[in-house]
Design a protein around this ligand. Structure first.
Ligand code: Z5A
Length: 214
C-alpha cells in the first residue's frame, strides 16, 4: 500500500508534531510506514541541514541555499524515499519540493519556473500523492517556533530562518496557499491554529483518502 504524503507549512505550524502522531497511528494499525524529513532524511542531508539551518555557520547566498536544498533532496529521494516506496511502505515526509517553491521561490524571490524544473530533476520526477498544508497566521507560528527554540541549546537551535522578518514569512505563507490553490487535487489545507487532537483527527481522515485503513 505505498503512498507518498508530504507535510508542509510555515515555522511553528505543528507539522513535525502531527507527522509523528500520524506515523504512530499508522504503526498501531500495522501499516508499514517511514517518517522522514527534508533536509536531513539521509546522511548527506544531515550535513547540509547543519550548514543551512544554524545561524552563523557561514554566509549562504539565496542561489547557494536553493542548490543545497536540491542536493539534499536528490540524495534523500534516491537513498531513502524511492527504496521505501519500492518496499510498499507509506512515506510521510516533513517538507519536500513545495518548501523550495515557498521559501526560495515566493520567500527569496528566485525564479519559480527554474525551481520547478530543479525540483523535478532533484526529486527524479517524484510527486506526492497527498500534501497536507498546515496553515496559520505567521505571528502564531513564529511565536510557537521561538518558544521552542528558546528551550534548545547550541546547534539544536536551528534558527537561521526564524531570524527572517515577518514580511518574509508572510510571503512564504501566501506562497504555500497559492500552490495549494493551483493544485487542489493534491493539496489539503488544515487550520493549524486549533488544538493538537482536532488537527490529528483531520489528518487521519485525509491520509485515509489515499491509503486503505483496515
Ligand atoms: N526549507 C527551505 O527553505 N527550503 C526547502 O526546500 C526545505 C526547507 C526542505 C527547516 O525546516 C527550514 O528549512 C524551514 C524551511 C527551510 N525554515 N525554518 N525554520 P524544518 O521543517 O525542519 O523546521 P521548521 O519549519 O522550523 O519546523 P519545525 O521546527 O519542525 O516546526 P513545525 O513542524 O512547524 O512545528 P512543531 O515542531 O510541530 O511545533 C512547534 C512548537 O509548537 C512545538 O513546541 C509544539 O509543541 C507546538 N505546537 C505544535 N502544534 C501545536 C498546536 N496545535 N497548538 C499549540 N502548540 C503547538
Amino acid at each position: 500500500m505505498k503512498a507518498f504524503i508530504t507535510f508542509e507549512g510555515i515555522e511553528g505550524c505543528g507539522k513535525t508534531t502531527q507527522i509523528r502522531m500520524a506515523g504512530d497511528d499508522l504503526r498501531r494499525r500495522r501499516i508499514p510506514v517511514l517518517v522522514t524529513e527534508e533536509p536531513g532524511g539521509a546522511a548527506l542531508g544531515k550535513h547540509i541541514r547543519k550548514l543551512l539551518l544554524n545561524q552563523g555557520e557561514c554566509r549562504i547566498d539565496a542561489k547557494a541555499e536553493l542548490l543545497l536544498f536540491a542536493a539534499a533532496r536528490a540524495q534523500h529521494v534516491q537513498e531513502v524515499i524511492l527504496p521505501a516506496l519500492a518496499a510498499e511502505r507509506v512515506v510521510l515526509c516533513d517538507r519536500f519540493s513545495d518548501a523550495t517553491l515557498a521559501y526560495q521561490g515566493f520567500g527569496r524571490g528566485l525564479n519559480l519556473e527554474f525551481i520547478k524544473s530543479l525540483n523535478h530533476f532533484s526529486a527524479a520526477a517524484l510527486e506526492p500523492d497527498l500534501t497536507i498544508l498546515f496553515d496559520l497566521p505567521v505571528e502564531v507560528g513564529l511565536g510557537r517556533a521561538i518558544d521552542r527554540i528558546a528551550r534548545l541549546e547550541g546547534a539544536a537551535r536551528e534558527d537561521r530562518f526564524e531570524q527572517e522578518d515577518l514580511a518574509f514569512h508572510r510571503k512564504v505563507r501566501s506562497g504555500y496557499l497559492s500552490l495549494a490553490g493551483e493544485q487542489p487535487g493534491r493539496f489539503r489545507v488544515v487550520d493549524a491554529s486549533r488544538d493538537l487532537q482536532a488537527i490529528h483527527q483531520e489528518v487521519r481522515t485525509m491520509i485515509g483518502t489515499v491509503i486503505q485503513y483496515q
